[in-house]
Design a protein around this ligand. Structure first.
Ligand SMILES: Cc1ncc(COP(=O)(O)O)c(C=O)c1O
Length: 352
């Protein structure tokens, strides 16, 4: 790229791009023509939501477990259009997947234009029953934007089968591609009105053999495309780490997350917050009373920084609900071992 930028970024750009798109399409169960790369899920949510032509009184629906950055996109779009934000109050702890479906459907009205729903929620670490949610919303005439930031590589994906209006996923999380690798899938009937977060040449320079959707998204100004071009290798490499491939990798990570949660709940004396089969490879655990009721001082959670400095542990401390209770969220990837969660439990006992 640096030796011959024009040859690489202009004349030969589509070769690695198409290779990456094909590999991704296979991995997520989609047609390549419905897929574009974006730098991250936030960027995809911006593209979708800011492409909507909202009218005053329209409603944008999200769930209380959503991701703050993505919620902000809805809030801003609603503010500009005089539309209304509706937040479905999903309980936490959650007893069954139906609790989530019911909370979302209760919040739908005739004015709901779009529902942004997580596939795997970030703070609460739940796998949402996304197939049922998409279907039920569609039956009510509501388009779903699935925020699947955490899903690729953590849960099996067949986007064509799910068939929402829009789906975005990150490849720089559980597929371990370099940062800046994510995708947006749009159903064919939704592609026409969709503009990228960054408009560039593609709006009037069309390439033979590509959809207008791809033309608009494939080039977003000069950027290092290494992250997206690395996606086929990331998918391939991760898929070869265990004899059973991706299926075994996901299963192994899920089982480790379940065990990690068990260990932490036992050691901390707190209750699990959802059934095991609603967990992927992340799990949120409520912190014991000694950590509750402490307001946030400054920008960072003191205990999180203390664990990092004193014990070399990086674990997010979270505040969820109103009034907020305090939690930690653990992750399980191939390089993690069971001993690390015992070590975390012990370290939590030693800090104050
Ligand atoms: C549910 C969810 N949505 C969106 C994002 C944002 O991802 P990115 O920062 O890559 O845009 C995250 C990141 O953790 C997430 O968990």
């Amino acid at each position: 790229m640096e030796a011959e930028p024009i040859e690489f970024l202009w004349r030969r750009y589509e070769e690695p791009l198409d290779r990456a798109r094909m590999a991704l399409a296979k991995f997520v169960g989609a047609r390549a023509k419905d897929l574009v790369f974006v730098p991250n899920a936030t960027s995809a949510v911006n593209a979708v939501v800011r492409s909507l032509e909202l009218r005053p009184g329209d409603e944008l629906l999200t769930a209380s477990h959503d991701y703050n950055a993505c919620r902000n996109v809805l809030v801003e779009a609603a503010r500009r259009a005089g539309a209304k934000m509706v937040v479905a109050d999903v309980p936490f702890p959650v007893r069954t997947p139906e609790d989530i479906v019911d909370a979302i459907l209760r919040s739908v009205t005739r004015r709901t234009r779009l529902a942004m729903i997580d596939h795997v929620s970030s703070h609460t670490a739940l796998i949402f029953p996304i197939e049922q949610i998409i279907r039920e919303l569609q039956e009510r005439g509501v388009d779903t934007l699935v925020d699947g930031a955490h899903a690729p590589g953590m849960v099996p994906l067949d986007i064509k089968q799910l068939n929402p209006a829009y789906y975005t996923g990150n490849l720089h999380k559980w597929v371990c591609a370099p940062k800046g690798a994510a995708f947006l899938w749009a159903r064919e009937d939704k592609q026409d009105g969709l503009q990228p977060a960054v408009i560039s040449h593609g709006n009037n320079q069309l390439r033979p053999g590509y959809t207008r959707f791809q033309d608009r998204f494939d080039w977003a100004g000069t950027l290092d495309p290494s992250a997206k071009f690395s996606v086929p290798d990331a998918i391939d490499w991760m898929g070869k780490l265990l004899p059973g491939g991706w299926r075994e990798l996901r299963q192994r990570n899920h089982e480790l997350a379940v065990k990690a949660r068990k260990i932490l709940c036992q050691c901390l004396g707190t209750e699990p917050l959802c059934p095991e089969d609603m967990l992927g490879s992340i799990a949120t655990v409520r912190l014991p009373e000694k950590f509750q009721g402490r307001p946030l001082k400054g920008r960072f959670e003191l205990e999180q920084v203390q664990l990092y400095k004193q014990f070399g542990i990086e674990v997010p401390f979270l505040r969820i609900g109103s009034p907020p209770a305090r939690f930690i969220r653990v992750s399980a990837q191939l390089y993690n071992t069971i001993d690390e969660y015992y070590y975390l439990a012990e370290a939590l006992g030693r800090i104050d």
